[in-house]
Design a protein around this ligand. Structure first.
Ligand code: SF4
Ligand code: SF4
Length: 347
């Protein structure tokens, strides 16, 4: 049984229940939209797929924050800084330095996917991710990337850090990824619970989702970090696999909602979008929407190791971070368009 035709979340309940807040019949476990109003059930036990929780972050929002790296993204950016969060499915990480070459992994693999090569232990084309080798590996050289976790488990942990968030100005939680809007029910429930417990909430998004999802989520957000990768639609599509049309359109609509604090972020990718023209065009577009802040995020070389452990040959492995002179020039361009700018998002 499904709820009203407007329902965006196909998670029907076995029997409809009555929403305590609104005295309406609810047919799904998430949210329904009826006659222009949102009705929702509290569902703290809802589980989401995450890569990890990272505490004491200071770059993705105000103060001290816990980052929730969620799994799954609709874009396929080849420079991705968090390759372990692109796929929704669980993955396997191989840490070569921990391998004692016992080959217990090979004994349990019925796909013939274990390789002799010390640099690369798993043939990903053969692997079906049954995780038997991970469970068998005695040294921890093989480990599972990703886990499911309930909203209430995360909130319990966050509450133990609340004194730290509160001691730093507007510290709290930031949903990142991957793409948080890829798991809208989980993201919504988590943000809502955080707000109910007085925890400052932020979310980083690529903006590639339907506007209704963003509209739901921003109800429970104090800060929105919105990525713009390129103003040229063709180049955007070539690199990420999707056009920037929906992303720009969603940003226009969001900027018309007065209570949202929005900061734009450009992940600066050498040879793709870190030229003066693209940065200027982006800043002018943002200024036209009356958004005040823009973060320039320099290219980060560190993910090279992450790609290696996932068995992926990263096309950007030889690429270096922009030099300080270039970053300062780009910052000046953004400021010249009337925006506040940071290099690296540290406010
Ligand atoms: S089971 Fe673990 S330690 Fe043994 S060979 Fe396989 S990856 Fe290496
Ligand atoms: S996850 Fe399963 S199929 Fe893949 S390498 Fe390990 S045992 Fe083999």
């Amino acid at each position: 049984m499904h709820c009203q035709k407007e329902c965006r979340l196909s998670r029907p309940l076995e029997r409809p229940v009555r929403c305590r807040s609104h005295s309406v019949e609810v047919h799904c476990a998430g949210i329904i939209l009826k006659e222009g109003f949102f009705y929702r059930m509290s569902n703290k036990s809802i589980r989401g797929k995450i890569v990890n929780l990272q505490d004491y972050s200071v770059h993705d929002g105000y103060g001290i924050r816990t980052l929730v790296f969620m799994k799954g993204c609709p874009l396929g950016c080849p420079w991705c800084q968090n390759p372990e969060s692109i796929k929704t499915a669980m993955e396997i990480k191989y840490s070569q330095h921990l391998c004692i070459e016992c080959f217990k992994c090979r004994e349990v693999c019925d796909q013939g996917a274990i390789l002799e090569d010390r640099d690369k232990r798993i043939d990903l084309d053969r692997c079906n991710y049954c995780m038997r080798c991970v469970k068998t590996c005695p040294s921890g050289a093989l480990s599972q990337v990703g886990a499911t976790i309930a909203v209430e488990e995360i909130v319990k942990k966050l509450l133990s850090y609340k004194p730290f968030y509160d001691s730093s100005e507007k510290g709290g939680i930031t949903l990142s990824g991957g793409e948080p809007t890829f798991q809208p029910e989980f993201a919504l429930e988590l943000l809502k619970e955080c707000k109910e417990h007085g925890i400052h909430t932020a979310m980083e998004t690529c903006g590639y989702t339907n506007f209704e999802t963003l509209k739901w989520l921003v109800q429970f957000l104090d800060l929105l970090l919105y990525d713009l990768k390129h103003m040229d639609g063709r180049l955007h599509k070539e690199a990420t696999g999707v056009s920037n049309e929906l992303i720009l359109e969603n940003l226009k609509k969001l900027s018309a909602i007065p209570q949202i604090e929005c900061v734009i972020r450009i992940p600066l990718i050498p040879g793709f979008n870190d030229d003066e023209e693209n940065v200027r065009q982006t800043a002018e577009f943002v200024e036209g929407l009356n958004i005040k802040k823009l973060d320039l995020l320099p290219f980060n070389e560190l993910p090279s190791g992450k790609y290696r452990t996932l068995g992926i040959d990263w096309v950007y492995k030889q690429v270096k971070r922009q030099d300080e002179m270039k970053l300062l020039q780009l910052k000046e361009i953004v400021e010249g368009c009337g925006l506040e700018a940071t290099i690296g998002g540290l406010w």
